[in-house]
Write a protein that binds this ligand. Structure first.
Ligand code: HEC
Ligand code: HEC
Ligand code: HEC
Ligand code: HEC
Length: 348
């Protein structure tokens, strides 16, 4: 344990800095980061050329599909373009269609390439979260040969199957950070013009991974062998809570780096980063973990000012690495943060 620091707000873009630095006291020390592992922060939209479409998943994941169809992620496909709010945003942005432009499609829809054309095929779908599947579809479902069943698969093969699916672009829930980052790359709404000109909500400000993933979004049928939609257990929820806060901080910093004016978008993004930082600080007070420390160190003296992109993005990268590694931490060692977790009645 090294020092206590209180941040200062000195620059021209005072509001941004103040939002970030207000009242932050950070305990920190240095840890070595393993920089070889984290995939780069990916754009939220999956590449239409590697999307196979949710119909392909149905064959083996019917229960998951049914659950997904109960969510706003599914419904947005049929509903969004009809709402007066959406029309108003599109009008302010000068867009004639909601489904046929690059703006709304990025977060509300899934696009797939058919021949030479790219079509909107669904709302926020399986692959919006798990990644375009073309390159991992076979890998993730192969227990080790045509005659090998789930029961016969060795733990080593299972591990290797999941690692190879991730290497091929899958946001596999065995590293939940990959999914957390995907949620937040949409839920922070990192599009300045959309927010400042279009009047779109500047992100989901109360987003918290446990509450937002364990309610209607949940579709955990694999782990129960298809029997029930199982809630994640407490050790996993603890990891999700921490990883969710790290992904929020990382994505919020990416949004801050994009801000070009001191307006709603920049302020909301900085305020969100400050909130995520406070949540991590609450975690750190209880578990004193080197990876949380790495994330907090990255922002300890960071000034959230306009034109400070390279420093802000470097901090985001360091937090991303910490988050990716934290997803592997044994949640049994984290019981001290139980009081921070939302109760099931708060699940969305
Ligand atoms: C041919 C059948 C099949 C298809 C098609 C299929 N899956 Fe799977 N999926 C599996 C099997 C088998 C597993 C492994 C279950 C286990 O762990 O025993 C799995 C597991 C998963 C997991 C859990 C992580 C893991 O690797 O165990 C996710 C997430 C997933 N599938 C997503 C998808 C998505 C998204 C699609 C459509 C793009 C899809 N799957 C299509 C068979 C399939
Ligand atoms: C960067 C991601 C992103 C982009 C781009 C985006 N949205 Fe959204 N939008 C979201 C998220 C996330 C929510 C959910 C916010 C929440 O629930 O807190 C949302 C919610 C909405 C809502 C309110 C939800 C409802 O159904 O009542 C409307 C309306 C909306 N968006 C319209 C648009 C329109 C129109 C465009 C294109 C001009 C667009 N959005 C582009 C991420 C995005
Ligand atoms: C591709 C962008 C995208 C990704 C990825 C994404 N979301 Fe969303 N999410 C949206 C949009 C857009 C809406 C609003 C849809 C609407 O109402 O029209 C939404 C709505 C929701 C809602 C419903 C909110 C309400 O008020 O009822 C929940 C819960 C949610 N998301 C959780 C998650 C979680 C958890 C993840 C990650 C595991 C995630 N989302 C990933 C875009 C996304
Ligand atoms: C909003 C983002 C989102 C969408 C959309 C989504 N998933 Fe998931 N998926 C997740 C998250 C997050 C988890 C891990 C949840 C947990 O551990 O509690 C997960 C877990 C899974 C698992 C493993 C479940 C288990 O029991 O361990 C499978 C299989 C899966 N998803 C398949 C699908 C399929 C198929 C679809 C489309 C019908 C889909 N997912 C849509 C975010 C998403």
């Amino acid at each position: 344990m090294r020092l206590l620091r209180i941040g200062r707000a000195t620059s021209v873009a005072h509001c941004l800095a103040a939002a970030m630095l207000l009242g932050l006291v950070v305990a920190s020390w240095l840890v070595a980061a393993d920089s070889s592992v984290t995939p780069a922060f990916t754009p939220r939209q999956c590449d239409p050329t590697v999307v196979v479409g949710h119909d392909t998943c149905t064959k083996c994941h019917e229960s998951e599909l049914k659950q997904w169809m109960q969510t706003p992620h599914y419904r947005t496909f049929d509903v969004l373009h009809r709402t007066p709010e959406a029309k108003e945003i599109a009008e302010k942005m000068g867009l004639r269609s909601i489904k046929r432009n690059d703006t709304c499609v990025t977060c509300h829809y899934t696009r797939q390439e058919h021949g030479t054309r790219v079509r909107v095929v669904a709302g926020v779908s399986c692959e919006s979260c798990h990644g375009g599947a073309k390159d991992w579809l076979q890998l993730h479902a192969d227990y080790g040969g045509p005659n090998i069943t789930r029961q016969m698969e060795s733990p080593a093969h299972r591990h290797q199957r999941r690692m190879s699916s991730m290497a091929a672009g899958m946001n596999n829930p065995s590293n939940v950070y990959l999914l957390a980052r995907q949620c937040l790359s949409c839920h922070t709404v990192p599009d300045e013009r959309l927010v400042n000109v279009g009047g779109h909500k500047a992100g989901t400000d109360q987003f918290e991974l446990v509450a937002w993933s364990q309610g209607s979004v949940r579709h955990n049928f694999v782990r129960s062998n298809g029997a029930v939609n199982a809630a994640s257990d407490q050790p996993r929820l603890r990891v999700m809570y921490v990883v969710g806060a790290m992904a929020d901080l990382e994505a919020s910093l990416h949004a801050v780096a994009k801000a070009t004016e001191l307006s709603i978008f920049g302020r909301a993004s900085a305020a969100r980063a400050a909130r995520a930082k406070r949540r991590l600080w609450e975690v750190q007070r209880r578990i004193d973990h080197p990876l949380v420390s790495q994330a907090l160190d990255a922002v300890a003296e960071l000034e959230l000012t306009l034109g400070n992109e390279s420093a802000v993005l470097a901090a985001a990268d360091s937090i991303g690495q910490a988050g990716y590694q934290f997803a592997e931490v044994d949640g049994n060692t984290l019981s001290a943060i139980d009081e921070l977790l939302p109760s099931p009645s708060d699940y969305k």
